[in-house]
Ligand binder design. Structure first.
Ligand SMILES: [Fe+2]
Length: 308
């Protein structure tokens, strides 16, 4: 039986897992322990891992079936593994205006992975192969806790947003970053825009509520004039960046970070793309239900039982 340690890395979210080698299949007891910790901390960082793409995929599938990335040139060897890097697959440091680097820049906006799907993902799992030197500026991944953010909202804002939806469109990335080459007709057709409630309820957390929105799949909240919808969106973006909701992960080489896309937003913090190389690989564990809002019958029933 493996002995390992899980301890929090901040007061808002996240825990570090030490003394566990995840390159081999884990037993059911270990998986159950990790699932519980994932539910409690929303983010787990497994330090000092040594993983091939195949081992990263094998580890990830222990938490559910993996999503396939929607764009072919974003993958390496396997359609489930996303190359998050400013370095080509051949190892060349790419110029700042290369579409693959511009694509990374878009990750700097607060978002949650695959919100553009009708059933968005459960978790993302990212492995640090080449990371910035310890003394470099930027390059962290920022995470913001949407359960905390919702709880701390002013009551009038909670009332204002309870019934709202946001349109999430994969194609929006091209509107925000026009230099990225267009999608194929097949990609476009297979990824139509979807809507999700801005307030999400969690059946696995006694129907607790959290915020659910992004700034990479559209820049407005529906249900208002364009101006009002953009203004509300901007307010939410500024709000979730408050330090009291956030943890900024400073990558160490061989970190494996797994986070909960249902309750966290994240963003890549800026760094000098020309000075530093950065190579990470990511898999995405698929979700199993559409995003449930406060007006779903089950959520209404739960709210009647425990008002507020
Ligand atoms: Fe992301």
């Amino acid at each position: 039986m493996s002995v390992f340690n899980i301890s929090p890395v901040s007061e808002t979210l996240g825990a570090e897992v030490l003394g566990l080698d995840v390159s081999k299949a884990l037993n059911s007891e270990t998986i159950a322990t990790l699932r519980n910790a994932f539910q409690d901390y929303h983010l787990l960082c497994f330090r000092d891992q040594d993983l091939s793409d195949e081992q990263l995929t094998a580890f990830s599938t222990q938490f559910g079936p993996l999503e396939i990335f929607p764009e072919e040139d974003m993958t390496k060897n396997a359609v489930e593994v996303y190359h998050v890097a400013n370095v080509s697959m051949e190892g060349d440091h790419l110029p700042e205006d290369d579409p693959r680097v511009v694509y990374q820049r878009n990750n700097g906006r607060w978002h949650t992975d695959s919100s553009y799907r009708y059933i968005p993902s459960l978790a993302s799992i990212m492995y640090g192969i080449e990371v910035l030197p310890h003394n470099a500026e930027g390059g962290e991944t920022g995470f913001s806790n949407m359960l905390l953010a919702y709880q701390s909202l002013p009551e009038d804002m909670k009332t204002r947003i309870t019934h709202l939806h946001q349109v999430h469109s994969y194609g929006e990335i091209r509107r925000l970053e026009p230099s990225i080459p267009p999608m194929s007709d097949h990609e476009r057709n297979s990824l139509p825009p979807v809507t999700h409630p801005v307030v999400r309820v969690h059946p696995d957390r006694d129907y607790q509520r959290s915020l659910y929105f992004t700034s990479n799949t559209s820049l407005e909240i529906g249900g208002f004039t364009h101006e009002e919808g953009k203004e509300l969106h901007k307010w939410l973006v500024d709000y979730v960046g408050k330090e009291e909701f956030c943890y900024f992960h400073r990558w160490r080489q061989n970190d494996l970070v797994m986070w909960d896309n249902r309750v966290l937003l994240h963003r890549a913090m800026e760094y000098d793309f020309t000075k530093y190389r950065r190579v990470l690989r990511r898999t995405t564990v698929g979700g199993d239900t559409p995003v449930m809002g406060p007006y779903w019958p089950e959520a209404i029933k739960a709210a009647e039982k425990t008002p507020g």
